[in-house]
Design a protein around this ligand. Structure first.
Ligand code: GDP
Ligand code: MN
Length: 384
């Protein structure tokens, strides 16, 4: 009995009793810490779930004498960007200003899933004399949706990583793609706009644009303008086409009769040939994105989950929509708008256009097999 008692004083219970004061202090600190963390109020921007909630974050800065109502089109440059991209973004904006906007005055709208810093707002404003607005992305338009199977997404990311595909396991890349594919046009700061021109940091605009692309589009009823087309990585869009086929079977009445599906399918609709408009440059009639057919298509694609499971980008999603819903004449290649982003560039071929540019037409992506622009040009007009 005595031996047992001696042993038990060294047992776990014995140790607890021996160090009870010390353990008590640790437990108190731990409970206090947990309570403190749980009770700490969430940062305000994380509570901004809906488009109504984010209105309070809108920060519109209008330079003295600036009058947007005098602009020939209700249009703006729109940029989804991070605070950290401030300086490379200034490069792109300065070039747009130099080549086009300095004497036009179209405004800029900056969107971010985190609040912009005062430094960002102040510094980016130096690049333009136009109105600049800063907006927060609502969480409902950004956070991973509930219907996505987390494990399936992680498996899909690991698969792309094993194949060394760019942005293979980036969740934020997928969120960015989903936002551009289906939500940015619902931001309250875009409410009054008819057209938008998307810009990205580190992009170069290499030619003088001495006409107004927004007015050009409006006068010709063009709904989608692009500069560069590419082929997508197959592994990132494996089941996008079957999802689109499902959509077309379910909603045949949404299809444009004289569509350009031949551009994205080279075998009469059996498979996707991976061609897409490179959306980091795009000029768009926003009525197209606000249309019932576009919205229905986005809902369909979003429910399928391929944005997260595979990595469907906004570019192939947008391109399938454009090909299903628009006639060739409703899309336009801005051949004359010199544009360079990463390794790819659009640089006009004709000497007449080159006079206004600083780019090497020999390096234009259209001469390369990565591009699908030649095939787009060769599409027959819808009136034929
Ligand atoms: P890529 O051109 O397809 O490789 O994609 P990028 O990484 O350049 O992203 C496209 C655009 O979205 C860029 O202008 C980025 O600034 C922006 N972007 C991408 N991810 C995020 C993000 O998580 N938050 C914010 N605020 N912007 C993002
Ligand atoms: Mn980019």
């Amino acid at each position: 009995m005595a031996a047992f008692a001696a042993r038990s004083s060294h047992s776990a219970w014995g140790l607890v009793r021996r160090y009870r004061i010390f353990l008590g202090i640790i437990a108190t600190v731990l409970i206090f810490h947990l309570c403190f963390i749980n009770m700490r109020p969430k940062p305000k921007h994380l509570l901004a779930r809906t488009v109504q909630d984010v209105v309070q974050f809108n920060d519109v800065r209008t330079p003295p004498g600036y009058n947007a109502t005098r602009l020939p089109a209700k249009a703006a440059f729109v940029v989804l960007t991070r605070n950290s991209e401030l300086h490379p973004l200034r490069v792109a904006i300065s070039q747009i200003e130099d080549r086009f906007n300095r004497h036009r005055g179209y405004p800029y709208i900056f969107l971010n899933d985190e609040p912009f810093t005062e430094e960002f707002k102040e510094t980016i404003s130096w690049a333009t004399n136009s109105r600049v607005s800063f907006g927060l992305v609502p969480r409902d338009h950004w956070d991973l949706p509930d219907h996505i199977d987390r494990q399936r997404m992680r498996d899909g990311m690991a698969f792309l990583k094993s194949k060394d595909v760019i942005h293979s396991d980036s969740l934020s890349y997928r969120q960015m793609s989903r936002y551009y594919a289906g939500f940015f046009h619902k931001h309250p700061l875009l409410e009054d706009l008819d057209y938008y021109w998307r810009i990205e940091y580190d992009a170069e605009y290499t030619c003088d644009i001495d006409y107004d692309p927004f007015v050009y589009m409006r006068e010709r009823a063009i709904k989608y303008g692009f500069t560069i087309t590419l082929h997508e990585f197959f592994d990132t869009v494996k089941s996008l086409w079957s999802s689109a086929q499902n959509f077309m079977t379910t909603y045949p009445h949404y299809l444009e009769e004289k569509n350009t599906l031949d551009w994205i399918s080279s075998d009469g609709g059996n498979s996707y040939n991976l061609c897409h408009f490179w959306t980091n440059f795009e000029v768009l009639d926003l009525a197209f994105l606000r249309s019932e057919r576009y919205d229905k298509f986005f809902q369909h694609v979003d429910q399928a989950g391929g944005i997260f499971y595979e990595r469907w980008g906004d570019a192939p999603i947008r391109s399938v929509a454009v090909s299903m819903f628009l006639r060739k004449e409703e899309t336009h290649w801005f051949e004359d708008v010199g544009y360079t982003h990463t390794a790819f560039q659009n640089c006009p071929a004709s000497p007449e256009l080159q006079k206004k540019c600083h780019c090497d037409p020999g390096r234009s992506i259209h001469l390369n097999d990565f591009s699908c622009t030649r095939e787009w040009v060769q599409l027959p007009p819808s009136k034929a």
